[in-house]
Design a protein around this ligand. Structure first.
Ligand code: SAM
Length: 161
């Protein structure tokens, strides 16, 4: 597991509560973006999964998918692990990786990637590295990426199939 300078080491105790309203408002849009992902394209990555509200939504939207939740913050990961463990369905379909996204072990291909409320944490060079590292896996999985859902779908990309 890589070193991670955690911006949530104190405020993380409130993150799951504070972000609940964001998911109430945007959850349906995220689900809409995910719902037609092919089930056999590889795991769907929840990048910077926080306490796992998005992880649960991905799993509910794609009942046959495996979800890889990447969360480097120890504090937030403990909320995530508790949420996953409490749900017998999530327990069988969610893997949790505690690495920084830029150091995480990559599956050969992925079915999709949700990066909800994450990209603002990454500087320009880190974003370049993210696209460079993960894009080939998206292409192999013919997947879709959403960084910030909007009704217009402008911030969602589908890799060429
Ligand atoms: C605002 S929270 C959003 C959490 C979750 N995606 C949600 O919307 O409920 C940002 C998350 O990104 C994570 N994060 C920040 N930098 C990261 C990085 N380099 N790699 C992976 N996750 C990161 C934080 O630990 C935190 O969980």
């Amino acid at each position: 597991m890589s070193e991670h300078d955690d911006p949530y080491d104190r405020s993380g105790q409130f993150l799951d509560l504070m972000i609940a309203t964001w998911w109430e408002h945007n959850g349906a849009t995220v689900a809409e973006a995910l719902k037609d992902l092919p089930a056999d394209a590889g795991p769907v990555v929840d990048a910077g999964a926080g306490g796992g509200r998005g992880t649960g939504l991905i799993a509910r939207t794609l009942p046959d998918a495996h979800v890889l939740a990447v969360e480097p913050s120890l504090l937030l990961r403990s909320v995530l692990l508790a949420r996953v463990f409490e749900d017998p369905d999530l327990r069988t379909r969610v893997s949790v990786d505690g690495d920084d996204l830029l150091a995480a072990r990559l599956p050969d291909r992925i079915g999709g990637l949700v990066a909800a409320n994450l990209i603002g944490h990454l500087g320009p060079h880190e974003r370049d590295r993210l696209w460079g590292t993960w894009l080939p896996a998206w292409h192999r999985g013919r997947s879709r990426c959403s960084t910030c859902p909007r009704r217009s779908n402008r911030s969602m990309w589908r890799a060429p199939g």
